[in-house]
Design a protein around this ligand. Structure first.
Ligand code: ZN
Length: 666
């Protein structure tokens, strides 16, 4: 599971904890790289890389190569037309010799940047297909001038996918009451298979009595054959995406030679086995080994991990993040994780649904060295893995906060005017300035290392019982756990906060975001779709409504503008606890109907008037609602005999040059 950036970070650096003990990069870094459509591309620093040993640097080097090698997998998973369209667009872009001041060219360049950012033709967050602002004639004319070997054979078909708004309009459809497979453009199912056929297939191979089930469908494309039978095309070295996977494996083998210890080596070797055999049992073995590796400084994820890209939440999108532990900042999360049992025992959840023994919850703050696949360019700020419930219960999970990424967001957001426009008054603003960054980091820690790890399913409850609403409710559960405990005196006792009022900064920001400011990410007339956004609106709208009688919080009008006013923070905490208890009950008992009702009632619909107001006010600030990152470039330095003497890191590559280079080299 992943934690995404809650909103364009406020300017909250006044009292940010200084946690970095590592060497800052010596190069001057330009954090703001590119700005187009609703996107800003940033750059992140990798403090501490220079201090690593040559072996560690080489380990990172080969893991980053393995990461980027899977790039085309996510493109193809997102939509079967993505790669041929990318080839065509990039060929036109690099061969263009006409007027670069023309409106059509500028629109074309913008579209290319959007597609590169989303790893395909659908928006990475809204899942809607991009609307090109150049004409089909312009593109066709440019394609006609391409050298013969660069001309696509099926250009007409590609044009209709790009320009016809009725063709493949949505990557992942979550709308209630329609066939989610046939209405989603993603390429995880094929041959005209229906949702019912997919569900029947997995119901047929799942054993409800199996207490250690593999993650069915995680690494395969399910297809209906011409004779009507159903089969899985497995992602493996001699299967689907075999050429990419074999390059990943080659680099993993080289990385394995530089493993820091035997445990880490066995993690890498088990991942190689998974990629070689495609066996989901091998993936579980790898996951268990990975959870057990808590001593290595360097860590990575590489594989088919999160299932947000699948309307049925089964198949994992290719993703990789290579990282190393930020030793100074990790102290904070170690304190949180070290007290996991106390938090579990004191939660407002029905004791039957709590975990009697919370095992192996580890948490650390990491420095990302590379982002790849589904985590590039848009990336999460925290991760909690593995996703398999029984592995989490029996072996624990690893939870990380990626603090060089949150720092880059914070750097880029300085002075953007957001707080002045949306926060109700000076006193709230100054509380947020003082404690916002700190409580936001803590919220991430609590969400990832306690929230997702807490609670248990009742015996016999299918972990997928909440179906299409599972992700939203799971994120809500983790967020509520974090919100509830942010206000707990325990955090002061543990030395994680120094002011009993500090939590109010995060409460205000969370409610403001869930009720109003996240709407800036949605087009007028559209519903809330994405699981994290649904979860935030669910929590905020539910608390607002349930607290109405006691005037806990309200939306007030001042000079024609809507503001959130929180009147009783303590009562708000009580409401968060109440909802946490209910959502844990829903998850523990697999109460699909109650979960569906909560989501449908609070998480989906948008007040069109308030939505318009937020968009209008937000537009005056000119802040990009979505952000992502270019990667640093690592280079091997060798001596005259070919021995590697160093790995250098460079922060100068720009956005389009980077993605175009990736397309060429990987
Ligand atoms: Zn989460």
């Amino acid at each position: 599971m992943r934690k995404l950036l809650p909103l364009a970070l406020l300017t909250l650096t006044a009292c940010a904890p200084k946690t970095d003990t590592e060497t800052q990069p010596t190069q001057e870094i330009n954090y703001n790289v590119d700005r187009f459509a609703d996107i800003e591309v940033l750059r992140y620093a990798v403090p501490g890389f220079e201090d690593l040993s040559l072996e560690q640097k080489q380990l990172i080097y080969y893991l980053t190569e393995a990461a980027i090698s899977g790039r085309d997998i996510i493109w193809d998973q997102n939509c079967s037309y993505n790669l041929p369209i990318r080839d065509m667009l990039e060929a036109v872009y690099t061969n263009y010799s006409d007027d670069k001041e023309s409106e059509e060219w500028k629109a074309f360049e913008k579209y290319l940047k959007q597609v590169e950012f989303a790893n395909g033709i659908h928006h990475h967050y809204s899942m809607d297909k991009f609307k090109p602002e150049f004409s089909q004639e312009f593109l066709a004319n440019q394609v006609s001038k391409l050298p013969a070997d660069l001309k696509p054979a099926n250009a007409e078909e590609l044009y209709s996918v790009i320009f016809d708004p009725t063709v493949l309009p949505k990557r992942v459809n979550q709308a209630d009451g329609v066939d989610l497979i046939s209405t989603s453009a993603c390429n995880l199912y094929g041959g005209g298979i229906t949702q019912k056929e997919v569900e029947d297939y997995y119901a047929g191979i799942k054993n409800p009595k199996d207490e250690t089930p593999v993650s069915y469908g995680l690494n395969s494309r399910l297809v209906k054959n011409p004779d009507g039978s159903i089969s899985e095309e497995v992602y493996k070295i001699d299967g689907l995406y075999g050429d990419k996977i074999s390059r990943i494996v080659d680099n993993l083998k080289k990385a394995s030679e530089f493993a820091e210890n035997a445990t880490q080596k066995s993690v890498i070797d088990k991942l190689i086995e998974f990629y070689t055999t495609g066996s989901l049992k091998a993936f579980d073995d790898y996951s268990i080994a990975w959870v057990g590796d808590t001593d290595s400084r360097i860590d990575f994820i590489n594989g088919f991990i999160e299932s947000y890209g699948d309307p049925l939440g089964m198949t994992g999108s290719f993703e990789s993040i290579v990282n190393f532990k930020d030793l100074g900042a990790s102290h904070r999360t170690e304190v949180v994780a070290g007290n996991a049992q106390w938090f579990e025992d004191n939660s407002p959840v029905d004791p039957n649904f709590r975990k009697p023994e919370v095992k192996g919850v580890t948490a650390k703050v990491i420095t990302a060295a590379i982002l790849a696949g589904d985590a590039y360019p848009a990336t999460p700020i925290g991760i909690n893995l593995p996703n398999a419930n029984w592995i989490r219960a029996a072996h624990g999970s690893k939870s990380v906060t990626i603090e060089n990424i949150t720092k880059a967001y914070d750097e880029a957001a300085k002075g953007n005017g957001f707080a002045e426009e949306f926060v109700i008054d000076d006193s709230t603003r100054s509380l947020m300035e003082k404690y916002g960054f700190m409580t936001d980091n803590l919220h991430t820690d609590l969400h990832e290392c306690l929230g997702h790890a807490s609670g248990r399913l009742m015996p016999g409850v299918d972990p997928d019982a909440l179906k299409a609403h599972g992700s939203t409710l799971e994120e809500a559960r983790a967020d509520l756990f974090a919100l509830y405990y942010l206000a707990d005196p325990k955090l002061l006792e543990l030395g994680l906060l120094d002011n009993p009022e500090a939590y109010k900064a995060e409460y205000y920001k969370y409610m403001l975001n869930g009720l109003m400011t996240q709407l800036m990410r949605i087009e007028p007339g559209k519903d809330v779709e994405e699981a994290h956004m649904r979860n935030r609106q669910l929590i905020s709208a539910w608390a607002l409504e349930k607290g109405k009688a006691d005037n806990v919080a309200e939306l007030v009008k001042r000079d024609g503008k809507t503001y959130l006013q929180i009147n009783d923070y303590e009562a708000l905490r009580g409401l968060f606890g109440q909802l946490l208890s209910e959502i844990q009950r829903i998850k523990s008992t697999g109460d699909y109907e109650a979960g569906r009702k909560l989501v449908e009632a609070y998480a989906v619909k948008v007040d069109p008037e308030l939505h318009k107001e937020v968009l209008d006010r937000y537009a005056t600030l000119n802040i990009a609602p979505y952000k992502g990152f270019v990667n640093p470039v690592y280079t091997k330095i060798t001596d005259a005999d070919g021995n590697v003497t160093d790995i250098t890191v460079d922060y100068t590559e720009e956005y389009l040059p980077q993605v175009l280079r990736y397309s060429q080299q990987y």
